[in-house]
Design a protein around this ligand. Structure first.
Ligand code: ADP
Ligand code: ZN
Length: 430
């Protein structure tokens, strides 16, 4: 597949490192001079911008956390005068109080480049019809995909999310070739396409799905119901938005735009940088961002980095699909449980159950309870009680604790048009 910026996407490791060092020095100097929080923290840590001599010196710098973005909300982390900010986005607030991010004109261009690299990697070009079914607004999904599609000169259909049947009618009528939305909405769209019986009217070739975790089984289902190749895209508001990293046709991890970001993997407990290939928390330093640059931002996303050569020809490091966030993890009866583990079990049984589910955690008589509501697949014609026992057994062996499964009629769980809300933890309400 074609590349949007081949000269950047195939830079040699030496070129990448040289570029990163130059940009890192520039950025550290800027934040030291313009952002009081960074100046104070660097002074406390006894580091000055002159101490950044090679890339390894990055580890001398203090981390930035989501709490910092809340504490310095809304504008105290800007490295430019407020008049140079041309757009504001806000995180979806999945995990607490909202944070905002300010972009300069150049920041928006850089971001569009990131998304455009993803589009090109899926085979999109100026002849493509790109339907953006991510929500438009403060969420970075809609406008992020929109400006990326504009950058490659595609025809953009800004449907935003929702109004699902109309979305599909547009896809058929306008000949949409590329769909951008959350994977959970792609599942819902696929389900509706099947119900409407219009799969053969679709011109879809590829979909670009991100903003929330999804599994390989979910990918297979989406590819099947929509008749496409499904690509994974990653990003976060704090750092930029979708396009921080993107998948190529090898579908073997997402290439991080290393000309824009320096990634690190750290031990989430000690903050120590881990050796190449380790599993840990992903940290980003934004080396080109002007508006609200972040030094060593802790994403809380857990994954590994793969520096081996990708067969697609791109040289930028690949991150594996995040396995979950440090703060997604539930502690149930003392056992660490990631919602993705539950999803995996359900999706392995997808002939019997549909991937629509909800995880309910509560505390009854001082004991944590774990209940999982999951819809039966419309194709199900077996013994409900037996299927329930089967799922409970598989969950117990995967999670190490028992869960109660409730099998529901198809379509009884409300569908997501944006990021799915899978976990309802009522323990803190008591
Ligand atoms: P919020 O943190 O409020 O949800 P964002 O919309 O900025 O705000 O979400 C960014 C987060 O979404 C990332 O930190 C990551 O946890 C998750 N995410 C984004 N893209 C992906 C992806 N492709 N796979 C898994 N998780 C993703
Ligand atoms: Zn590749």
């Amino acid at each position: 597949m074609a590349m949007f910026q081949p000269e950047i996407e195939t830079m040699s490791r030496d070129e990448i490192r040289a570029h990163q060092l130059e940009k890192l020095k520039w950025q550290v100097k800027r934040v030291y001079e313009n952002v009081p929080m960074y100046r104070e923290r660097m002074n406390e840590a006894g580091v000055s911008p002159d101490d950044i001599v090679n890339l390894e010196d990055l580890a001398k710098l203090p981390f930035t956390t989501k709490q910092d973005l809340r504490d310095y909300y809304p504008f105290d982390l800007l490295a430019v005068p407020k008049k140079d900010i041309v757009r504001i986005h806000a995180s979806s607030g999945t995990t607490g109080k909202q944070i905002v991010s300010g972009y300069t004109r150049n920041d928006l261009e850089t971001w569009a480049d990131g998304f455009a690299r993803q589009l090109a990697a899926t085979g999109a070009d100026s002849k493509s019809v790109v339907q953006v079914s991510y929500g438009y607004g403060l969420f970075t999904g809609g406008l992020g995909a929109h400006q990326g599609a504009q950058k490659i000169g595609a025809m953009v259909i800004p449907t935003s999310s929702g109004n699902t049947e109309r979305q599909i009618r547009f896809m058929c009528d306008l000949g949409t070739t590329h769909l951008c939305c959350t994977p959970s909405y792609a599942m819902y769209l696929g389900e509706t396409v099947r119900e409407m019986g219009v799969k053969n009217q679709l011109k879809l070739k590829a979909g670009i799905f991100g903003a929330e975790p999804w599994t390989e089984d979910m990918r297979a289902q989406i590819e099947e119901t929509l008749g496409i190749t499904a690509y994974d895209i990653y990003g976060l508001t704090e750092v930029m938005g979708p396009g921080v990293s993107y998948e190529c046709h090898m579908q073997q991890g997402m290439h991080i735009c290393e000309d824009m970001f320096i990634p690190e993997i750290i031990d989430p407990d000690t903050g120590e940088v881990l050796p190449e290939g380790s599993f840990g928390e992903l940290v980003f330093t934004t080396i080109t961002k002007e508006g609200q640059p972040l030094i060593r931002y802790r994403t809380r996303d857990l994954c590994t980095l793969d520096y081996s050569q990708c067969e697609c020809g791109r040289t930028h490091v690949r991150m594996k699909k995040p396995a979950g966030r440090t703060d997604d993890m539930l502690i149930i009866r003392g056992v660490n449980v990631f919602p993705s583990q539950i999803e995996e079990v359900l999706l392995k049984n997808s002939i019997e159950v549909s991937p629509n589910y909800q995880i309910l955690v509560d505390r009854v008589n001082n004991t944590d309870t774990l209940d999982i509501n999951v819809e039966l697949s419309p194709k199900f014609d077996g013994d409900v009680e037996k299927e329930k026992k089967n799922l409970e057994m598989q969950l117990r062996s995967t999670l190490g604790i028992g869960a109660k499964v409730h099998l529901l009629r198809p379509k009884s769980i409300v569908r997501s048009e944006g990021k799915a809300k899978r976990v309802i933890d009522n323990r803190n309400l008591r």
